[in-house]
Every structure is written in structure tokens, then in C-alpha cells.
Design a protein around this ligand. Structure first.
Ligand SMILES: NC(=O)C1=CN([C@@H]2O[C@H](COP(=O)(O)OP(=O)(O)OC[C@H]3O[C@@H](n4cnc5c(N)ncnc54)[C@H](OP(=O)(O)O)[C@@H]3O)[C@@H](O)[C@H]2O)C=CC1
Ligand SMILES: O=C1CO[C@H](CO)[C@@H](O)[C@@H]1O
Length: 334
């Protein structure tokens, strides 16, 4: 396992984490326990994934079984879109810590830059007459960030960061922050390499975590059936000839090539799997080295903005939120 150092706390963040979106609570408990046994030390979850409780039980059991200690682990969770306001940070963080059975998380991210009104009974977004989520137009990133800083100071969070924010939004937070964002988690894979954003993060000492590092094969099913997206908009990175050729050459799988490609560039990856064989496979990509020419071949797969899968437009009307982050997605809608 390789680690990256977070600039302000000097914490070591494992370059491989286990993604858990779409990992159902009924299976994720055994998945997380198995992953820890295999050597995973970094788990990525979120309030929205509805599985923090199951993940917490798996980790608690693993520690109680004497298999390892809390301090060996790097646990990330996220402040949800329904709580994207200073007054909700402590309430949600405390609830999430309770679900996770932890006294602190290693990394807490603001999940998305936009906010929705919350139904306090169900802790789900309020829905308007047209059946759309009600946007909270008053989202104030700096105020929310200051609250995260307080929670970091009081020891509930070790590191704070952002997810799905654009450069301008990050810059504003950096300008007002006492404790700067340590990590930015965004969609990042061979078809969507985020070249400009990566330069920006390097300049600000922000570590990038790649979500959907395999091109999120599971999102296709989810978005097509739940949100009626067209199946043709989803990439199949695992079958690309440039990837499968390299896999053959090194005796590796396409997934291992795609993960190696990102980690080689100092990017943290969080592939999701609930399948034991694939959990093992997704750890085993550190023992070979693509040549510079081979890295260049994969770099050339980048489709820029056309490679984006996650635009959040499945939340109808979200592009009208003042903090909707993806200007080029908005432009295309005009
Ligand atoms: N901050 C944010 O807004 C977001 C964060 N995330 C985070 O990033 C994580 C990763 O992204 P995700 O969207 O899950 O996409 P990934 O690119 O990690 O792909 C996961 C999918 O690929 C399959 N898979 C896993 N390993 C392999 C393999 N070796 N070969 C073939 N198929 C494989 C999984 O199925 P199976 O389980 O059956 O193996 C699953 O369907 C999420 O789980 C979540 O933690 C994701 C989206 C947005
Ligand atoms: O993390 C995430 C996984 O994908 C979801 C889509 O339903 C988003 O909620 C979210 O950003």
C-alpha cells in the first residue's frame, strides 16, 4: 500500500480506499470486514449512501475481534446536500459518528456545493409541487467551512475537504480558511482526467481523490433504470483496447491498469466492489510499472468535459442553484 501525506496535519492517506456507493447495508458489513482482512485501510462512505451504520458495525467488530485498531484506519464520510449549511453541520456530523460508532472521522467532505431543503422528520430532501427537490438558495460555503473548522478543532474530524466543487468555489474557501481544504474528491478516470483541476489542486496542496475510477460501471444501471439516462452515455473503460492490451502485456486486469494509471499520478482511488474476488483484484496494482509511453497512451484517452458521467442533473432543476458547479454542463443546456 502507498500513502500520500496531507499537507496540514501530515496524516497519511492510503492511495487506495474502498468505495461504498450502491453497497447495500445488508451486504456492506461483510464486504467491509473482508476488505479490512485483505488489507484495505481506507473506507469512503457518505450520509447519502445509507450504509454508515453497517460500515460502523463492521469496523467495530473488526476492532473488537482484535484484528486491528481504529488508528490504523482512514475513514471518510460526507456532509450531505440536505445539510449544506452551517447550522446543520454539528447535528449531521454527530449523527454520522453515532452511526459509524466512532469518536472521529479522518476526513469529512462537503459532498456537493449546492444545497437542498431538508425534511426534518425523514432527513430527506423536501419535495415541491412538481415533485422536484426544493433548492436551498442560501448555501454559504464559507460559513459551512468555518463550522467544519470548529469540528476539526474539537477533534471530531481530523481533516476537512470538498467534493464536486469547482476552482472558483474552492478558491473562495481557501481565501477565508484558517484550515485549508486537504482533499478534493471528484469524478476522475481515463475518459475524464480533470487536467486543469489537477494543476489547480497541486498549486494549493490539495490531494485529489478519484471517484468512479473504473468509469462507474454500476452507475449505468442506476442512472438508466432510475433516472432514464441513455445507456449510450456511459463509458466502458474496462473494454477499451488500449487498456486491455496493457492488461495482457503485464498479466493484469483492465481494472488494475486503470487504477495503477491514476495512483502513479499521485491520485487517490476509491473503487467500489462488494465482490470478494474484485476486492482482491482492486488492491493488486502496485507491483508493475507502465512505461512513460504507455502512460501517455492512457493520457490520450481523455475526453475532457465529454467524459463526465456525474452531472447531478438527475436532481431536476439543480442547475438553477447558484452554486451548481459545472458551468460547461449548464452551457450545454442553454
Ligand atoms: N463524491 C461523490 O459525489 C461521489 C463519490 N463516489 C465514491 O467513489 C466510489 C467509487 O465510484 P463508483 O461510482 O462506485 O464507481 P467505480 O468506478 O468504483 O466502479 C464500481 C463498479 O465497478 C464494478 N467493479 C469493481 N471492481 C471491478 C473490477 N475489478 N472489474 C470489473 N468491475 C468492477 C463494481 O461492481 P461489483 O461491486 O459487483 O464488483 C461497481 O459496479 C463510490 O463507491 C463512492 O464511495 C462515487 C460517486 C460520486
Ligand atoms: O456520491 C454520490 C454517488 O452518486 C449519487 C447519485 O445518486 C450522488 O448522490 C453522489 O454524489
Amino acid at each position: 500500500m502507498k500513502f500520500v501525506k496531507l499537507s496540514q496535519t501530515n496524516d497519511a492517506m492510503p492511495t487506495l480506499g474502498l468505495g461504498t456507493w450502491q453497497a447495500e447495508p445488508s451486504v456492506v458489513k461483510s464486504t467491509v470486514y473482508a476488505a479490512l482482512e485483505l488489507g484495505y485501510r481506507h473506507i469512503d462512505t457518505a450520509f447519502n449512501y445509507n450504509n454508515e451504520e453497517a460500515i460502523g458495525s463492521a469496523i467495530t467488530k473488526w476492532i473488537d475481534d482484535g484484528r486491528g485498531t481504529r488508528s490504523e484506519l482512514f475513514i471518510t464520510t460526507k456532509l450531505p446536500h440536505i445539510a449544506n449549511r452551517a447550522s446543520d453541520v454539528e447535528k449531521f456530523l454527530n449523527l454520522q459518528l453515532k452511526r459509524l460508532q466512532m469518536t472521529y472521522v479522518d476526513l469529512y467532505l462537503i459532498h456537493v456545493p449546492f444545497g437542498f431543503h431538508c425534511d426534518p422528520e425523514t432527513l430527506t430532501p423536501k419535495v415541491n409541487e412538481e415533485g422536484n427537490y426544493e433548492l436551498d438558495m442560501d448555501t454559504d460555503h464559507v460559513a459551512t467551512w468555518k463550522k467544519l473548522e470548529e469540528c476539526q478543532k474539537s477533534g471530531l474530524i481530523r481533516n476537512i475537504g470538498l467534493s464536486n466543487f469547482n476552482e472558483e468555489q474552492i478558491e473562495k474557501i481557501v481565501k477565508h480558511a484558517t484550515f485549508k481544504p486537504q482533499v478534493l474528491q471528484v469524478e476522475l478516470h481515463a475518459y475524464f482526467q480533470q487536467i486543469e483541476l489537477r494543476k489547480f489542486c497541486e498549486k494549493h496542496n490539495i490531494i485529489l481523490t478519484a471517484y468512479a475510477p473504473l468509469g462507474s460501471p454500476g452507475a449505468k444501471n442506476h442512472f438508466v433504470t432510475k433516472y432514464k439516462y441513455s445507456p449510450s452515455t456511459f463509458p466502458d473503460l474496462l473494454s477499451l483496447p488500449d487498456v486491455t492490451t496493457l492488461a495482457k502485456k503485464y498479466g493484469k486486469t483492465p481494472a488494475q491498469i486503470l487504477l495503477h494509471f491514476l495512483v502513479r499520478q499521485n491520485i487517490v482511488v476509491i473503487p467500489k466492489s462488494t465482490n470478494l474476488e474484485r476486492l482482491k483484484e482492486n488492491m493488486d496494482f502496485y507491483d508493475f510499472e507502465l512505461t512513460t509511453d504507455e502512460m501517455d497512451t492512457l493520457i490520450r484517452l481523455d475526453k475532457g468535459e465529454n467524459g463526465r458521467i456525474f452531472n447531478f442533473l438527475f436532481w431536476k432543476g439543480v442547475e438553477f442553484h447558484p452554486e451548481y458547479p459545472f458551468e460547461s454542463v449548464k452551457q450545454k443546456l442553454l
